[in-house]
Design a binder for this molecule. Sequence first.
Ligand SMILES: [Zn+2]
Length: 507
Amino acid sequence: MIGVKRLAGVALAALVMAASTAHAQPAAQTPEARTAARFEAAAKDRAQLRLFLRGMPKGGDLHNHLSGAAYAEDFLAWAGESDLCVTKDGLPSIVPGPCDAPGKVPARGLARADTALYNRAINALSMRNYNPGADGAMASGHDQFFATFGRFGAGGDGKLGPMLAVAREYAAGDTVDYVETSVNPTAMGELAWSFKDTPWTDDFAGALAAIKPRLPAMVAQARQEFDAAEADADRRQGCLAQKPRTGPCAVVLGYQGFAVRILPPSVVFAQLASAFALAQGDPRFVGVNIVAPEDHPVSLADYRLHMRMLQYLHAQYPDVKLSLHAGELTLGLVTPRELRFHVREAVETAGAARIGHGVDIAYEDGARDLLARMARDKVAVEINLTSNDVILGVKGADHPLALYRKAGVPFVLSTDDEGVSRIDLTNEYLRAVTEQGLTYADLKAAARASLEYSFLPGASLWASPRTPVAACAKPGPACDAFLAMSRKATAQWRLEREFAAFEAEAK
Ligand SMILES: [Zn+2]
């Protein structure tokens, strides 16, 4: 643990210094205050603000889907490596070979062989150049967004290592240290799909008993798959020779297994049971999620059932943490009755520790009580400004971020599907400033929250928002030992060290 010790000494000195200078000098003289002033000056100019925010330490990206994080260009390149094809007509998609059939061309070399088709494919596989209403086949950003996954999905088959590598690459470019990304192992998909013809009977215990004997083998296969993929990502990014790791190699990944809420109930239950087993059996899997369009008729019809499934499984695996997509809805997209309870049930029935999106909060019954409960119980909300704009058309003053903040609900800024939306986390910080009026202090608090509310195991570095735990009140073996025991505190220490360096730049 030499690295941790060294890091502890440096960062602790910086923390103690920052704390003492805060008392000894007028506020305007502290590096933090000077940095806030630099932020205010940059905020008048969008390009300057972008430059400032890119370098700003951001901690974690807690709402990230691995397949949605890669860009269309990445999928087309992997499709080429796998000798897959691209369809030529209509909205191009990546499909299996052989490619000499009518209407298909090889993905390999497409960028040079047919640049026009390559560009059309990038548009079809993402939100690039998307113009609602211009294409008769597509009516909304919502439909285009979710349809991209089916068009690029084949490009990611067998490419887990490269996908992990690009997630780390984009995070490092964004000054992000930790990504909590939703991804399922291959073995979990096979296991869950084997229940597709099993009728659902509401017998939770019976359903779990049917799948339980198969879970250990699934977890073992998943471990092998992720061991190999992580080793592949390390090889591709030249990490093995690095001591200590830097850049993309230093980005920490945490995984969330997930269920797809539009599938038959028996499959959803099997996915959830598998996701809980993974979170219990492999420390890289830090939580459980549920994904896919929440406004889909099956998602709506089964919403309460899914929350009861989660409640049941959570009782069997009480240490597993849940981050649940909930309230990714708005007026007009669904009937008013569907807007009234999704966030509440995710919190109260399923016991979610974090809520993904939560856009419909102002439409929910008892919203003020629910907000107060989320604030009291520290149920954080993951805010995805671009995603909410392109999928739901909710942005600016219509977005409930200000409502959450006013209620004291902890929040983090996250990307959702940065490759599909063609954004990065810096862009989301920028929107939080230009559209939501956040200050440097607000963004710094959000960055700290992104590790405080992460599912990284271990105790928090912070006893209160600005005071480290007693073990780390002064440098020494007690703090070294504390950090060595906690992956969360280690990540938080790293973030403080990065803030100290970032704020030292402001003269
Ligand atoms: Zn999402």
